[in-house]
Ligand binder design. Sequence first.
Ligand code: GCV
Length: 744
Amino acid sequence: MQKKYAVKMPNKLKCKILRDSHNAKLFSLIIILVVIGEFLVLCGFAQAEDGYRLWLRYDLITEAEKLSAYKTAFIAINMEGNSPTLNTARKELSNGLAGLLGTRLAFVQAITKHGVIVVGTPQSSPMIAALNLQKKLHAAGEEGFIIHSMNANGKKCTVIAAQNDIGVLYGVFHFLRLLQTRQDINVLSIISTPKIKLRLLNHWDNLDGSVERGYAGTSLWDWHKLPDYISPRYKDYARANASIGINGTVLTNVNANAMVLTARYLEKVAALAEVFRPYGLKVYLTARFSAPVEIGGLPTADPLDAQVRAWWRHKADEIYRFIPDFGGFLVKANSEGQPGPQNYGRTHAEGANLLAEAVAPHGGVVMWRAFVYDNNMPEDRAKQAYNEFKPLDGKYRNNVLIQVKNGPIDFQPREPFHPLFGVMPRTPLMMEFQITQEYLGFATHLVYLAPLFKEVLDADTYAHGEGSLVANVIDGKLDQHTLSGIAGVSNIGDDRNWCGHPFAQANWFAFGRLAWDHRQTAEIIADDWLRMTFTNNEKFIAPAQSMLLASREITVNYMTPLGLHHLMGWSHHYGPGPWIDQGRADWTSVYYHRADSLGIGFNRSPSGSDAVGQYFFPVRQKFGDLATCPEPYLLWFHHVPWQHKMKSGRTLWEELCFKYYSGVDSVRAMRKTWETLAGMIDDERFSHVQALLKIQEQEAVWWRNACLLYFQTFSKLPIPQEYEKPDRTLEYYMQLKFPYAPGI
Ligand code: GCV
């Protein structure tokens, strides 16, 4: 994936020089320019970048002191063993160091000098076997690794070791990251182990190449040409995932197509699995519940029907013949029109167990989604998943995980944590985050999602008293589950830079890093990503990092402040649509904001839908009482009078105006900050971000104006004098149509 940089001489110029052999001076001048150009490129200046390399850029270290320290510390590599994963790790390490240090290190058999990097497992490397690392390796676990500065044969060396080959690869990526981010490497003592077992991307990719809620081009999977044509991107994709510890990928949309389970497609899936395998990336598929009818010719898909059970068992056997390490199924059932067990009067547990039984002999899992709600149910949508799933705790086979979205509605810019976390102690619950920005400005807005992920992971459910964090529900610690999982709905497409917005890559990166270790901070992850993706220039890092860290709150402010939610345009979810009141009720905006002449917000307190009752004490009390409910969730849980006094001393209406206006002002400030960074990174990505920030500002103004003008029809209160006046009317915003918005 390393891009080759060459300074090209224009053809016309070449011809002229060849024809005119007397023009030696001009020729020399051009040679000098070419050499200077190549030097600048080598030094990382003036380099054209298209974002393809993501955070895996191994350009020459330009800080002389650091370079010399690293060159002294690392002079050779000792790495034996010969498996596909070890070979991948060897190549990564060798290429990475060659790029960073500007010289390719030799591979040595013995440690006769200071500065050897010793890499491998006790099985692959006699040197590591001799170093007595059992305890540390045990602590690192099956997928983890250690990186230690040690003495071997009286010589200083750096050991990258693991119990298994995949841990070695993860260790190599971590080690290279230390250099990419210019860390001190003299005394290393790292033991790193993933907190969560299944760390998956969910692709909402369709077999026709489209991506539901995808904003970075079309699907990476070229189903038409697979299995014969293997795009080089498949390997680069697996490599990027391995570099952040992601170990599984669900290739297909949860709004599933049964055809992917036919032999013709399984052959294609197997080809992808083959490419991904050395990177420790397992493939999973979505299973359409009605597949036995649609592709199996059976009259029913009833999970208790003997023929249906046999069909799924045979289907699983067939899949495992194609893909021996197939991970399992992800299922969306009885939600948004997808078929499921309830079509046959059966429960979600009966449905999940049917598939779990089929994959169990092969070691597969079933991830059954809790994103279930029904507009025919006269119950607050926010309560429905809990009502459906909690009673089924303990009824699932032991290879079933319930995959729960971070909040009770649907990936809004801010939601309280899902009340299911903590209430199903006998079932492993997986987290589902959305990396693709369906509700956060598509791939046009700069929004760093790590603060959102952290807010949910660090939330306290109080399931077993104080300190029962959501993170410990999903890593299995709270209720002692060995099976644990986390999924991120992918933001990856076939755009050259993978994620559309150059900064959207940070969300893929942050998801992987938090899936590996949810205790890491959004700050450190942002810092690493910026250094690896752009530059180590501190003058760039500090302002760019503050932009990243503030961006999510800024977006909440100009889209859905104070707990508002689900205000976006109908179906495509592009832009504001707080006036939407037609169609399926629980897909309208008015269902959620409930604005009227008295106030605004959804009363989910005990006097309303009592959704707060689904949380443990004291969370339910805190959320349920207007006086103690944190203001960021206020309108999620309460219908609040327009004149209600907020903590700031402003009335609710004034506060709403303040939030929307400060959201826009902050985007303007981000634009200004970005302008000050010109020249510190490559022009290509600089101007790409610059242009997108301009759109972000326009769209933030659009959100602000449309929402405030609309809510004003209820509050009947003026937008305070000090603010600029909306330059369009509400009618203007309401008539905007976007039939070709991406992602549908
Ligand atoms: C894949 C939301 C999205 C849908 C998505 C669904 C889900 O409703 O708008 O596109 O469908 O969530 O998560 O299943």
